[in-house]
Design a protein around this ligand. Structure first.
Ligand SMILES: [Fe+2]
Ligand SMILES: [Fe+2]
Length: 224
């Protein structure tokens, strides 16, 4: 596998601290900033799903590749929906800088399927479940119903992605004879994910995805 897939010339990639922050207002600039950042995450998500298929499928039954191909297709739809909203607002993916944190995080786990499942679907995609309802609320507050509906679609699909990650993590942990998959997950996250998990957690959505609170809550900074 290549270390990274092909990328478009734009956006340029900058360090996370150099990313533009803008408050969400009725004007378009704040919304373009938000939708652009989300489009960048979805483009990474397409690549991450294909990377997991190509890199790790041989260690799993065929249903593993089928699940992640479905994820890749949904991520592509998410990207297309966000690109269409950017176009409605007179912008396009590539207009703003983006950061490379998500891809770097995935490369950190390129050597081990269990670590990859622990970090990408069960940390990053689960984090998406925590923050998306708030973003939907903010978009509704500035009366951007079309963008809010795109995020609702993404949110529903992402619950499924976390569920798929969770299921295959448990499968591989059992296959490896790990008798405490929760402890294994926590130790992989501590080793491969920089920083603590940020509460508040969306316990309802995480639990719908089969992801129990006693796995992730102990990794929040205020948990002893
Ligand atoms: Fe997505
Ligand atoms: Fe996803």
């Amino acid at each position: 596998m290549p270390d990274r897939p092909a990328r478009p010339d734009a956006p340029i990639l900058v360090s996370p601290s150099a990313m533009p922050h803008r408050r969400l207002t009725r004007g378009v600039r704040g919304r373009v900033t938000l939708l652009h950042a989300l489009a960048h995450i979805e483009l990474n998500a397409i690549d991450l799903a294909w990377d997991i298929v190509a890199r790790f499928s041989s260690q799993f039954p065929p249903a593993f590749a089928a699940d992640w191909l479905k994820v890749a297709a949904e991520e592509a739809e998410h990207f297309a929906l966000l690109a269409a909203r950017l176009a409605d607002l007179g912008a396009a993916y590539g207009d703003l800088p983006a950061h490379d944190g998500l891809w770097q995080s995935s490369q950190e786990t390129a050597g081990d399927a269990l670590a990859r499942l622990a970090v990408i679907p069960m940390v990053h995609e689960a984090r998406g479940l925590d923050v998306t309802p708030m973003m939907i609320g903010k978009l509704r507050a500035v009366e951007d119903e079309a963008s809010a509906e795109v995020l609702e679609r993404i949110y529903r699909d992402e619950i499924g992605h976390v569920a798929i990650g969770n299921r295959w993590f448990l499968w591989l942990a059992a296959e490896r004879g790990l008798d405490d998959p929760r402890a294994a997950w926590q130790s992989l996250v501590r080793r491969h994910f920089r920083g603590a998990l940020k509460p508040p957690f969306n316990d309802a959505a995480r639990s719908t995805a089969g992801f129990p609170g006693d796995w992730y809550a102990p990794l929040a900074p205020d948990a002893a």
